[in-house]
Design a protein around this ligand. Structure first.
Ligand code: MCN
Length: 732
């Protein structure tokens, strides 16, 4: 947004709290405003109420986020004032000169402490509990009939999404009073509605444009910063722009995960799981947004790929003095997979059974779909055993176990670990609708307009392929337009890996409508009945059935329709709604662990990810590669950490162990396609699968390597320090 030609645009710099929890006693902006053309805006100037919380059922309504902190700051990064200046450099200098007088309050960093309600973030709300899901009741008979019951705790640690391109926003008030906001967002149409609602405007008065925004990974959705930029453009009647710094991005862009999961799993001595209890404590951060709802998804997906007859789930979300938690690649489903996959391994170890064999004995069988779990997820299609066998064959499982036995017998310092995860995930999780429009252009090509948004997922290619296939056009003749609410009539945007199954399906159905309309038009021109016109998709020609010589190409048809002003007849839209689909897969990881130093090296990762019918296998594989990198990053590297006073200790890439390509091996992605009956494409989502499958496979591999030393668990990330600690504890 820094390069947008916005004449006279002012720079916005946010002054952020350096304390995690404090009352604001006073703000002195005198020194800052002594700099040339600097203006400082505080809560006293704000005429809008708090932002959020989102209108989800059961969410404590008294936990809204003041756009500028009013009398209290609740995390390091909370906005206390805004500097307006001619340029960014002056803004940065002025922000340093804004003096805020704080009266510190005790900081709540641990969700466990927050749940005690001894210190309250929102005294008027009377509790730190943002929302709860599931049942707090315990069935005393849940584990009746179980020969073996195992339990444990998994902390799915807090992660920073770390898009290499930080957020940026600009806004301008037009002469017609309409506001245009350029946002780095994944959800332009939803943002338009929320922005309009927050600013008290009619949605027609707001245009949102999302240009190339870089990575989002779930985190780039409308937040206080974007609302403030739009509000400032109106208030100052001048264009404004803001670009996040890296360290700002690390504390102000919402984080992900941050869930503690306590599990108990029981079954028979021949490996059949009978009962599972899962309790989740979600750290929602300082202001509850999407993160507060992640336990709902975790609970829904608790059963994983297994037919478990009895499951009990309880989820609680509490506010703490930390960066708010939102969606981050996987959002709620990794937590479910990480826990059930760990629990299965603990159960297998207790039984002395191979972890692959325990899984085989519990899979939902291939002929059981659609399958409703006891947590009320209705899985559409799957072949879980097939995915596992394919992954095991691909990795050479039996040979690896032989090699492991050999190394264990030799007793060397470097041991081999083999980890399995078999997962299922949910995409288009809340039955959403997406908009698609196809329009033939005067040159005989086509434009696809989609309400989905692509920020690295390659919709420009895959959605063009979907339409080109139906229209019988070369893919390079089809262009995909998205991200501008003035150009695309409607949309929900991109998250939850739902774009292809609903946005792609909508584009396909709109293209089919265009073909039908084209037949009508061609019939007029060829003086035939529309019922007699057929499309030859290979040649991209509409011709009279049985007489291919009497034909019009798309270019012919478009040219004639343009001349007759009938081109609008070659345009159609469709809105497609679908139930969720359930991609699944099996990952096998192979690690080497130095049992003296704790150093872990990931040698191999075989990933079978089944997303139904693939539109573009290369793009899908790319999604798996990126997704697996994120999953491995959680397993081995990343963790966002605070000290006891709520100071972030990992707010730069020096402290936050964000892996680079050099830290990771080449993934071995293996294709598998089990179509879904839910859409005409047969496609499910692939954008998050790699992330969900990889973490538990690598985690299990590290623990597996250490099994002979009596280690039953290693905290995430399973890095050298945590492995070393686990070894010391096992020795003690
Ligand atoms: N695809 C395919 N065949 C399928 C399914 C998908 O060829 N059966 C293709 C799609 O057509 C699309 C891509 O794979 O080009 C991803 O599609 P899909 O799984 O529908 O997911 P979305 O497009 O909805 O993307 C969202 C998903 C999410 S939720 C996160 S987070 C994420 C991700 O995608 N963030 C990303 N991938 C990312 N990739 C990049 N580069 N940057 C991010 O921020």
């Amino acid at each position: 947004m820094e390069n947008l030609p916005l004449e006279g645009a002012l720079a916005v710099t946010f002054v952020r709290s350096l304390l995690a929890h404090a009352n604001i006693v006073g703000i002195d902006a005198t020194a800052a405003e002594a700099l040339p053309n600097v203006q400082v805006i505080t809560a006293a100037d704000m005429d809008l109420g708090p932002f959020g919380p989102p209108p989800f059922p059961g969410l404590n309504p008294g936990m809204g986020h003041p756009l500028i902190a009013v009398d209290r700051v609740r995390f390091v990064g909370d906005i206390v004032a805004i500097v307006i200046s001619d340029d960014r450099a002056t803004g940065a200098d002025a922000a340093e000169l804004v003096s805020v007088d704080y009266d510190p309050l005790p900081a709540l960093v641990s969700p466990h402490d927050a749940a005690k309600d001894e210190v309250l973030l929102f005294p008027d709300a009377g509790t730190n509990l943002a929302t709860r899901t599931g049942s707090p009741e315990h069935d005393e008979k849940l584990f009746d009939g179980c020969d073996v019951v195992v339990s444990g705790t998994l902390v799915s640690q807090r992660m920073a999404p770390c898009p290499l391109e930080p957020r940026s926003a600009a806004a301008e008030l037009g002469p017609d009073g309409r506001i245009t906001a350029w946002l780095s967002t994944q959800t332009p149409h939803q943002d338009r509605m929320v922005l309009a609602g927050t600013l008290g405007l009619d949605p027609a008065q707001v245009r949102v444009v999302a240009p190339d925004v870089g990575g989002g990974f779930g985190a780039k959705m409308l937040n206080v910063e974007e609302v403030l930029v739009a509000w400032l453009a109106r208030r100052l009647d001048r264009p404004v722009r803001w670009t996040e710094t890296r360290s700002e991005s690390m504390v102000a862009l919402p984080h992900g995960r941050a869930q503690r999961l306590d599990f108990t799993l029981g079954g028979t001595k021949d490996g059949k799981v009978l009962a599972y209890r899962l309790e989740s404590l979600q750290d929602a951060g300082a202001y509850p947004v999407l993160g507060a709802f992640l336990p709902n998804l975790t609970g829904l997906m608790a059963s994983g790929v297994y037919a478990i007859p009895r499951i009990e789930f309880e989820g609680r979300s509490v506010v703490t003095n930390t960066t708010p938690i939102s969606a981050f690649r996987g959002a709620g489903r990794p937590e479910a997979a990480q826990t059930i996959e760990r629990a299965l391994d603990v159960f297998a170890a207790e039984l002395g059974m191979d972890p692959a064999e325990v899984r085989r004995r519990n899979f939902i069988p291939k002929d059981a779909f659609p399958y409703a779990t006891v947590t009320h997820a209705v899985y559409d299609s799957g072949d879980y055993a097939g995915a596992l066998e394919l992954a095991l064959r691909s990795v050479g499982y039996d040979d690896l176990r032989d090699e492991q036995r050999r190394r264990r017998a030799e007793g060397g310092a470097t041991q081999l670990g083999i980890g399995i995860s078999t997962y299922v995930e949910i995409t288009n999780g809340i039955d959403e609708t997406e908009f698609g429009e196809v329009e033939v252009t005067p040159d005989g090509g086509a434009i696809v307009r989609t309400g989905s948004f692509s920020h690295g997922q390659g919709h420009e290619t895959t959605f063009a392929m979907i339409a080109a296939d139906r229209l019988g056009m070369p893919v390079e003749n089809v262009t995909v337009h998205k991200g501008d609410t003035d150009e695309v009539a409607k949309g929900t945007g991109t998250y939850g890996s739902k774009s292809t199954q609903i946005g792609g399906a909508a584009a396909r159905l709109a293209a089919d409508k265009v073909v039908e309309q084209a037949k009508q038009l061609a019939a007029d021109y060829l003086e035939a009945s529309p019922d007699d016109i057929v499309l030859d998709p290979a040649l991209g020609r509409l011709h009279v059935a049985g007489d291919p010589a009497i034909a019009l190409s798309w270019a012919d048809l478009a040219a004639r329709a343009s001349a007759d002003e009938r081109l609008a007849e070659l345009k159609a839209e469709h809105e497609f709604k679908s139930a969720p689909s359930f991609p699944f897969g099996a990952h096998v990881a192979v690690v080497e662990v130095d049992t003296e130093t704790g150093r872990v090296e990931l040698l191999r990762l075989v990933a079978v990810d089944d997303a139904g019918t693939l539109i573009n296998p290369l793009i899908a594989e790319g999604q798996v590669h990126g997704g697996v990198a994120t999953g491995v990053a959680q397993a081995l590297y990343e963790s966002f950490v605070y000290d006891d006073d709520g100071n972030p200790l990992t707010a730069t890439f020096v402290g936050y162990a964000f892996p680079s390509a050099a830290d990771l091996p080449s993934w071995e992605a293996v294709e598998m396609e089990t179509p879904t009956p839910l859409n005409a494409l047969g496609a499910k989502g692939i954008g998050e699968s790699g992330t969900i499958g990889a973490t538990p496979a690598v985690h299990n591999a590290v623990v597996d390597a250490l099994a002979p030393f009596g280690v039953r668990n290693v905290d995430l990330p399973a890095n050298g320090e945590n492995v070393w600690r686990a070894l010391q504890e096992a020795k003690a």
